[in-house]
Design a protein. Structure first.
Length: 178
């Protein structure tokens, strides 16, 4: 059996923290457990789901992973989620025309009466290539598209029963060596 031990790893230039392609260089995570309600079609930052990172190389990639828990007060409640780098959308569709919306992920209830009792989740993973070593801010936004009220981290009915669920929303970013 082989064993490899080292007190220090350097690249050929002597850099103490080499940017090895595919290696995880830095990981940051944030979570939000409180509840907010969305009633208009305005994009809203989900509180606490914002992280900063300074890539160590222009070749680094940033793996962005978002998970949002949500519910709605109407059985036909529609919403959308967005990944952002600063004020720029990332990981969004690009083919929406007319009144259609490009988004990172959908947050919808499907038309059945009991939908208001459910806590739903939507997730999105996107590998960003920012090509910079400047400070970056990643965040998650949600938009209530139509019908009733949308809630982050709770069901629409929010029943005081064992099926009345409250959830958590998270954002995790990883710098990947390029």
């Amino acid at each position: 059996m082989s064993e490899l031990r080292s007190n220090k790893i350097t690249d050929v230039a002597g850099t103490a923290s080499p940017n090895i392609p595919g290696a995880i260089i830095n990981v940051k995570s944030a979570s939000y457990t409180d509840v907010i309600s969305l009633t208009t079609d305005v994009r809203t930052d989900i509180p606490n789901l914002s992280l900063t990172i300074t890539p160590s190389s222009v070749n680094s990639k940033i793996l962005v992973m978002a998970h949002v828990s949500y519910g709605g007060s109407d059985a036909n409640n529609y919403g959308s989620g967005y990944l952002m780098r600063g004020s720029t959308d990332i990981g969004v569709g690009t083919t929406a025309t007319s009144n259609r919306q490009n988004c990172s992920f959908a947050m919808n209830l499907t038309g059945f009466t009991n939908e208001i009792y459910k806590l739903n989740t939507s997730s999105m993973t996107f590998l960003d290539s920012p090509a910079t070593t400047s400070l970056l801010t990643y965040k998650v936004q949600a938009r209530h598209d139509i019908n009733g009220t949308m809630y982050i981290n709770r069901s629409g009915a929010d029943s005081d029963a064992d099926y009345g669920l409250r959830g958590i929303s998270t954002l995790t970013i990883m710098e990947i060596g390029g």
